[in-house]
Design a protein around this ligand. Structure first.
Ligand SMILES: *Cc1c(COP(=O)(O)O)cnc(C)c1O
Length: 379
């Protein structure tokens, strides 16, 4: 794929690769052998219970992926057409599209220039009488500023939703994300902190919300009356095979998080602080370090950034652009009404994700740092 890298006999260093171990193979095999390959089976409830417990939440309901988990969370909160939901523009699009599924209006907010999560001051300015919820995203593993966000939410009597798809195990003031607000969602996509292949979960301390999610994801079927459907529902369930994979991954999550943190610290040790700025971990936060993300000092335009990604690729190093601001995508432009988001735009257009998979060695990180600095110096 990368001729230069191949000529040198180097393997491509991927930006993220899942770590699948013996336990994963054992549990998935056990699930297949049991015959419970679809959305019934013992691993589903075990995974829901153990993941909710890991996050300190009372209840969980698994889903087919993180995007539909958010769709279900919005429905269960009763978000309706025309309702406004405040959301950071700097996020993965899966945080935004479910708002359109329920007919809500995304009201975009800017992000903090240091930790890159939603800026509470920007939330405050975006509140209107139609605001129903604030959707926060713990971006690249770093938790959002929850106390200030809850103060605003309480003052205006609006719900708070955590999109924790990138932040399994992250701490906000000693508490794991995912149980801090009214409802939270996670993703278990292949590149996330733990994976089920595709998959997601809704967590809440409110049993009513999780009962509603269970009802909606199961075709809107009355739990007490088979094939009786009092509402339009969805088929948004996770399979037992996926839950088996998730349960095995969850048993290793502390090790995976420790390795992610070690990789982040290797980058910090081997990159010259004058050449790159990292997403900054705040004193009140412990990031899940999902993706090592940096702003190279010499990069100021998206074109320069794309060139850097290309040049790294020629050396056998995969990297990714940071997410584009969602308000610049065609379906969402009109919701921004011409507003600019200086911090989100600046970070988004300059930044890259570096290889962050848990199987990286320190030698590989050193190699990435060397190549990155050599390329930047030549610019
Ligand atoms: C991955 C992700 C999602 C969506 O999850 P899928 O499982 O891919 O549907 C939503 N929000 C954020 C912030 C994500 O990173």
């Amino acid at each position: 794929m990368e001729p230069n890298a191949c000529e040198k006999g180097r393997k491509l260093i991927p930006v993220a690769a899942p770590s699948i171990g013996q336990r994963e193979i054992e549990l998935v095999t056990q699930a297949i052998k049991s015959g419970w390959v679809s959305s019934k089976g013992e691993f589903i409830e075990l995974f829901e219970r153990d993941f909710a417990r890991f996050c300190g939440s009372a209840h969980g309901s698994t889903t087919a992926n993180g995007t539909v988990a958010l769709h279900l969370a919005l429905l269960a909160l009763g978000i309706e057409p025309g309702d406004e939901v405040i959301v950071p523009t700097f996020t993965f699009v899966g945080s935004i599209s479910p708002l359109l599924y329920v007919g809500a209006r995304p009201v975009f907010a800017d992000v903090d220039k240091d930790h890159w999560c939603i800026d509470p001051a920007s939330i405050e300015k975006s509140i209107t009488p139609r605001t129903r919820a604030i959707l926060v995203v713990h971006l690249y593993g770093h938790p959002a500023e929850m106390d200030r966000i809850h103060d605003i939410a309480n003052k205006h009597n609006v719900a708070v939703i955590e999109d924790a798809a990138e932040a399994h195990g992250a701490l906000y003031r000693k508490n794991r994300v995912g149980a801090l607000s009214d409802v939270a969602i996670f993703s278990f996509y292949g590149n996330k902190v733990i994976t089920t292949g595709e998959g997601g979960i809704v967590l809440s301390n409110n049993k009513g919300i999780i009962d509603r999610v269970n009802f909606l994801k199961n075709h809107g079927m009355d739990p007490a009356r088979r094939y009786w459907h009092p509402a339009v529902g969805y088929n948004y369930r996770m399979t037992n095979l996926q839950a088996a994979l998730g349960l095995a991954q969850l048993s290793r999550i502390e090790d995976l998080l420790a390795k992610k943190r070690q990789i982040q610290s290797w980058y910090q040790a081997h990159l010259d602080a004058k050449m790159v700025t990292f997403q900054i971990e705040m004193p009140w936060a412990k990031s899940a370090c999902w993706m090592v993300s940096v702003l190279p000092q010499k990069i100021v335009t998206p074109e320069q950034r794309d060139q850097l990604i290309f040049d790294l690729g020629r050396q056998g190093i995969e990297s990714r652009p940071l997410f584009y601001p969602a308000h610049t995508f065609p379906p969402y432009v009109s919701f921004a009404q011409g507003t600019r988001f200086p911090a989100a735009e600046s970070i988004s257009y300059r930044g890259i994700n570096l290889p962050s998979g848990v199987d990286l060695s320190e030698e590989e990180v050193r190699q990435v740092c060397g190549s990155l600095q050599q390329i930047l110096t030549a610019y």
